[in-house]
Design a protein. Structure first.
Length: 550
């Protein structure tokens, strides 16, 4: 019975990890490649130095690019499931490392609580549901592995820590925070060991410096004097939001004031408790300083680079913030003894936090679902138009209905499809897609084919009309089915008319507008032949008679 009790935290952790894996995959199983992932897929398809080492925003992304290209060559581009599985594995391994780290300091039960809080940290939905965020996750995972290796305090542990730090820096610039942790760990060790342990920090940082001198200095940067001066407030808000979200106090997937307000109250309470503890038992566990150095470095570097869209409550920041906070708490409590009552309180707090955080995770998932559907619809439209679409045609926000596809250019995309397969909706799948996706596909098709009109004013034969003409009386709502080729629209004298079209959109919704035509005119509408059998439908708004002739 005693052995079973000792194993209970590990068994419960295994259960929680299995449940989390099912949850992650269930939420993302039908997603495709999203947002920034397309920058890797479109612009970094070769294993060249530039493809691997060019920065993305301000980050080194060498290892994530290599992983993306490896998955692309093994599994193709028809499904994004392999990268969602890889993300899930990374999240589970990270949670296990947190369990080990915290267990060493405050026991396995509190290690379990910390790991479970991170496994179901819904406010971090961007990182938990979007494989591109393996950029940040990889840095955190190998940073944690480095901290555990440093715990060994021997040569083998230092060598392993050096390798893990190099890998952390190879995933993203978040690794800089763990480089600060490595330096702090060396400095808190006995002075006579500094020289023999310096390689743990020096070698990875030297490699990072080589990258920075060769490629990284061209990275995007938003560092400014204003950001530096405002950084204390930014960091305070980030820490408060992190604490609030750990305990399930947030309710908004984009972050808000609720978790920051309650988190600030909890932060003041925690600081007060730490102060009281220091008065009673001065000093910190040696493991506190590396984690504190990592947290401070990560938070202030984020503050220095703040910009619109990078608010302190942003989802992508909550994962690392929560981990830093939990690791610091574990070190602050490392010399405390906890009884059954403390364990029960910890279990209750953990269970109460999971529910609200799962709600936030589900709401965040809805955003990615919309992006996934739009991605499959927009790229499906490009494939339908592949006969005539210009190679430089781009899915700009105005065309695509989302800012997440700016890296998708028709020529590069179709080359990738020919080589690796298609993630897009087929024409039949597009017909069954959500309404907003079908509407957006029509807009993309109108631009990609492209549809064109040519109007001649003063050209109208009052007694005209042929067997293949359909006459629409003024004010009569009617749509005309059209196929590929040229269609002539003859407008009788009168006010200006408006023409619009739909193909996959709902009846009554005509998202593709044309320039229209004045009264007493003839307009030639040209629809290029494409890869889909579905017809177009022309809608005419006019008070006078209009003839539509094939």
């Amino acid at each position: 019975m005693g052995r079973t009790t000792r194993q209970a935290p590990t068994l419960l952790l295994a259960t929680a990890m299995a449940a989390a894996a099912v949850l992650y995959l269930a939420l993302t199983w039908h997603f495709t490649f999203l947002l920034d992932s397309w920058e890797f897929l479109m612009n970094r398809r070769g294993f060249t130095a530039d493809a691997l080492l060019q920065p993305h925003n301000e980050h080194i992304v060498m290892i994530p690019v290599a992983i993306e290209q490896l998955l692309l060559r093994i599994f193709g581009m028809s499904s994004a499931k392999p990268e969602y599985v890889l993300l899930t594995i990374g999240l589970l391994v990270t949670a296990y490392l947190i369990f080990v780290y915290v267990s060493r300091r405050v026991g396995p039960w509190f290690g379990l609580f910390a790991a479970v809080l991170i496994l179901f940290l819904g406010p971090a939905w961007e990182l938990m549901l979007w494989p591109f965020e393996i950029v940040l996750l990889g840095s955190v995972l190998f940073g944690l592995a480095m901290l555990l290796a440093l715990d060994r305090g021997d040569r083998r542990g230092d060598v392993l820590a050096c390798v893990c730090l190099a890998l952390s820096l190879g995933f993203s610039s978040v690794g800089i925070a763990f480089a600060a942790a490595a330096l702090a760990a060396i400095l808190v060790s006995p002075r006579e060991r500094w020289r023999s342990r310096a390689f743990v920090f020096v070698i990875p940082v030297a490699l990072f410096a080589v990258w920075y001198l060769g490629w990284g200095h061209n990275a995007e940067s938003h560092v400014s004097l204003h950001n530096i001066l405002a950084s204390p407030r930014f960091v305070a808000e980030m820490v408060a939001a992190g604490i609030g979200n750990i305990f399930g106090l947030g309710s908004n997937p984009v972050g808000g004031a609720t978790e920051t307000f309650w988190g600030a109250i909890l932060l003041v309470l925690i600081v007060g408790l730490v102060w009281a503890r220091q008065l009673r038992r001065p000093g910190f566990d040696p493991g506190f300083w590396p984690v504190a150095a990592a947290a401070a470095t990560g938070w202030f570097l984020t503050a220095f680079n703040q910009m619109p869209g990078r608010e302190p409550v942003s989802s992508r920041y909550q994962y690392t913030s929560a981990i830093f906070i939990l690791l610091m708490l574990a070190n602050l409590l490392a010399r405390e003894r906890f009884g059954r009552r403390a364990v029960l309180v910890g279990a209750a707090v953990t269970l109460l936090a999971i529910g609200p955080n799962l709600v936030v995770l589900r709401d965040g998932r809805d955003f990615f679902e919309t992006q996934s559907v739009l991605t499959r619809a927009d790229t499906g439209a490009i494939e339908i138009a592949r006969r005539t679409v210009a190679p430089e045609f781009q899915l700009s926000p105005e065309v695509a209905g989302t800012t997440g596809l700016v890296d998708v250019v028709a020529g590069k995309y179709l080359e990738a499809v020919d080589e690796y397969g298609s993630p897009a909706y087929s024409p039949d799948e597009l017909e069954a897609a959500p309404t907003y996706a079908r509407k957006q596909a029509d807009i993309v098709l109108g631009q990609a084919l492209p549809l064109s009109t040519n109007t001649q004013a003063g050209v109208y034969a009052a007694g005209g009309g042929q067997e293949n003409c359909l006459t629409i009386e003024g004010g009569q709502p009617e749509e005309v089915k059209l196929g590929p080729g040229a269609t002539r629209i003859e407008v009788a004298p009168g006010p200006n008319t408006a023409f619009s079209l739909r193909r996959f959109a709902e009846p009554g919704e005509y998202p593709v507008a044309t320039a229209g035509a004045p009264g007493e005119s003839t307009t030639t509408l040209k629809i290029p032949r494409d890869e889909a059998p579905q017809p177009w439908y022309l809608h005419v708004e006019a008070t006078q008679q209009v003839r539509v002739c094939r």
